[in-house]
Design a protein around this ligand. Structure first.
Ligand code: ZN
Ligand code: ZN
Length: 262
């Protein structure tokens, strides 16, 4: 059994065939999925929760993506707080900083990131972090404002950056990028990530692994990433499946969170 710890099932590219996508995933062992709740940003922030209500094997996160930081109002935080009590909500995110696109001013991104860290703490939810071309600011903010569990999603950094994130107590989630030819540094980071801190994800519909690169990604395609990751770490896909599933359960479905899952 495998868990896709990060995908976007509310994306319009899944509107036509979401049920078939989940059936294909289950057929190859991807029997649980965490769908990310950031959608197109506020005011609509419950799309993932609605999907999780429809499918037993789907869990949801809530949060505002850094791209949408400038759309946040006081109401948004109230809405997030209310959604945080939902029994299928098991994580907060993806939150963080994206200086590549700069869709929201950087200062606002930082402010909204910090505010959401506070909220995640209040809701006792682990965070899932998005960081792009903003590594140092992301780490600095986490050091100052976060004590708790979390996931560096779609980790594509260097081994040194992996160590920084691990020192903060974070888990590292590897996705399709790990299979790309040029991603030798990412594979090196994956080699040194401890057994109890590693996760896998798709970030579907984005970043399909080889040999599907360029196509719409979906949770079933994660088996290619798992194969590669197992090879890199000198283990078997089966062992890696057990490891990453246990890690996900401990992180997001822990007993303290028992009322959050069905
Ligand atoms: Zn992301
Ligand atoms: Zn994502």
């Amino acid at each position: 059994m495998l868990v896709d710890s990060h995908c976007h099932l509310d994306d319009e590219r899944f509107a036509e065939d979401l049920e078939a996508v989940l059936v294909r995933a289950a057929a190859v062992g991807v029997s649980r999925v965490l769908t990310i709740g950031t959608g197109d940003g506020p005011p609509e922030i419950d799309r993932a929760v609605r999907i999780a209500e429809r499918f037993q094997q789907v869990y949801a996160s809530i949060g505002v993506h850094p791209h949408d930081a400038s759309k946040v109002t006081r109401q948004t935080y109230d809405d997030l707080r209310a959604l945080g009590a939902h029994h299928k909500v098991v994580a907060f995110g993806e939150i963080g900083l994206d200086y590549h696109y700069d869709f929201s001013p950087r200062e606002i991104q930082r402010e909204v990131f910090v505010e959401q860290l506070r909220l995640a703490r209040e809701l006792h939810l682990p965070i899932t972090i998005h960081t792009r071309e903003a590594w140092d600011d992301t780490i600095a903010i986490l050091r100052e404002h976060w004590q708790g569990q979390g996931i560096m999603h779609c980790f594509t950094g260097t081994p040194a950056q992996a160590k920084e994130a691990l020192e903060l107590g974070l888990h590292l989630a590897y996705g399709g990028v790990l299979t790309f030819k040029t991603a030798e540094e990412v594979r090196e980071a994956a080699r040194i990530t401890p057994d109890d801190r590693i996760l896998v994800e798709t970030d579907a519909p984005y970043l399909a692994p080889i040999p599907f690169r360029g196509k719409r990604n979906e949770p079933s395609m994660m088996v290619e990433t798992v194969k590669k990751l197992a090879e890199v770490r000198g283990t078997s896909p089966e062992e890696l499946a057990v490891l990453t599933t246990n890690n996900f359960e401990r992180l997001c479905l822990r007993p303290a969170n028992a009322t959050r899952y069905t």
